[in-house]
Design a protein around this ligand. Structure first.
Ligand code: C2O
Ligand code: CU
Length: 459
């Protein structure tokens, strides 16, 4: 039998994100300091760009934990305006969710400690929840990777944080409200696409030796579509950890804030450099896609036959949520006029005030649900654009998208709703009462009002 082979030496050196420094000796506690501050970062080689960062890094420090671990984050804000940290996709207690519905903004110079148990594995991320379209656009986002205590997948992991940044001729950030209303309405996509804060980084691979890519779309608006010509892709995970069974895909499409795990194996005999492409996903349905842009170079080094491990047919045991007693909730992504200005809305109401920074605190609930209930949500999009729907705090199972059954059983917290179309998902509410935001994760759209507040209450 041919040998099992490791990755090439320094295979991920150009792109590997270092783990955050863990201040706590307890192996079941991850305790870190995170400071939001301005810093000069070299995104484009040779150009120093002034960004907003966590600990001076783009993306922010890689937090890596196991299901059941306790995460303690001592957070300090050294930015010129208030901010918070939201733990996207993590089923935290409401008080730890980092929205202005549940906590005071962390003002300049102030500190807040986030402290909670991480109940599920998955590929998560963190970002501000005040003025978030601007703050995420300025660079505030970072990965949170949560493995199972015993990982069932045997492959080397690579965390890939996709983002984009909008730079002027001097290589400096455009203001967060660049192009004003048009920027909000269409969603600001950057001029430069990044993986782990780099332009066109490089990864090495041996044919037949699998890599597990954990991909996070941390852009404020962009719909990423990634293809690796000549290399078959298999999706093995989504937002909330492994999916029930492997799903071969042509290319990986991730709406803003969605995540995926891929099993990537260059076929035997492959040799040389492959451009990993960012294809135009045609978010506006124009029908005339832009040419693809190279995102990353995959350098495949052939060393002869190897013994490739195969994927199990079932990756994870998942039970479909019982919908027999589910209540039906219908919400609508739409548009509305506010004082003669076009806004985006949920159920006819534009939510304004989460980007104020100062007064965004203590929002009133727009919707109510009860602990212990199971609900089927039908999310209807009456606009001509896509809107990635995100619910805080409670992961869900997608039943159908645009009338087509979802291809695999998995936990998600974000799902793209296509124009003039709808999504159905099922969610149940465990005992974590509080105010939970839900919104379009094109953060410019959330700013323009496409956001609402679900009050989960004990019956
Ligand atoms: Cu990732 Cu309310 O957000
Ligand atoms: Cu939207």
């Amino acid at each position: 039998m041919p040998p099992k082979l490791a990755q090439p030496a320094d295979w991920d050196m150009d792109i590997r994100l270092p783990d955050a420094e863990d201040l706590n000796p307890d192996p079941n506690v991850l305790e870190v300091n995170i400071e939001a501050r301005e810093a000069e970062v070299e995104l484009v080689p040779g150009v120093k760009t002034r960004m907003w960062t966590y600990n001076g890094l783009i993306p922010g420090p890689l937090l890596r934990a196991k299901r059941g671990d306790r995460l303690i984050v001592h957070f300090t804000n050294q930015l010129p305006e208030p901010t918070t940290i939201h733990w996207h996709g993590v089923e935290v207690p409401a008080s730890m969710d980092g929205t202005t519905a549940m906590q005071d903004p962390v003002r300049t110079g102030e500190t807040f400690t986030y402290d909670y148990i991480i109940p599920h594995s998955g590929t998560f991320w963190y970002h501000p929840h005040i003025n978030s379209s601007a703050q995420v656009g300025y660079g505030l986002y970072g990965p949170l990777i949560v493995n199972e205590p015993e990982e069932p997948i045997d492959a080397d992991e690579l965390v890939l944080v996709f983002s984009d940044v909008s730079l002027d001729e001097m290589g400096q950030l455009h203001p967060g409200d660049h192009l004003d209303w048009f920027g909000d309405y269409f969603g600001r996509e950057g001029s430069v696409q990044l993986i782990n804060g780099k332009v066109l980084p490089r990864v090495r691979a041996h044919p037949g030796v699998p890599q597990r890519w954990r991909v996070i779309n941390a852009s404020r608006a962009k719909l990423f579509q990634m293809a690796v010509p000549g290399v078959p892709l298999v999706r093995i995970g989504g937002d909330g950890g492994l999916i029930e069974h492997p799903l071969p895909i042509e290319s990986l499409t991730l709406a803003a804030s969605e995540r995926a795990e891929l099993w990537v194996v260059a076929p035997p005999g492959t040799h040389g450099e492959i451009e990993v492409l960012s294809e135009d996903a045609d978010r506006f349905g124009l029908g005339v896609p832009e040419p693809p842009v190279a995102l990353m170079t995959l350098d495949v080094i052939d060393v002869g036959p190897v013994d490739t491990p195969s994927l199990p047919e079932q990756l994870r045991e998942l039970t479909p949520l019982d919908t027999s007693n589910a209540k039906l909730r219908r919400i609508e992504f739409g548009e509305v006029d506010v004082d003669g200005v076009g806004h985006l809305a949920i159920d006819g109401k534009a939510f304004l005030g989460d980007h104020s920074g100062e007064d965004g605190h203590h929002h009133e609930a727009t919707h109510v649900a009860y602990v212990g209930d199971t609900e089927i949500w039908e999310i209807v999009n009456t606009t001509d654009y896509q809107h990635p729907f995100h619910l805080h705090g409670f992961s869900f199972q997608v039943l159908e998208q645009s009338g087509v059954a979802w291809p695999v059983l998995e936990w998600k917290d974000t799902v793209n709703v296509m124009p003039q179309s709808s999504v159905k998902m099922v969610v149940d509410y465990d005992d974590r009462p509080g105010l939970w935001m839900f919104h379009c994760h094109i953060l410019d759209h959330a700013k323009l009002g496409m956001m609402a507040v679900l009050s989960v209450q004990r019956p």
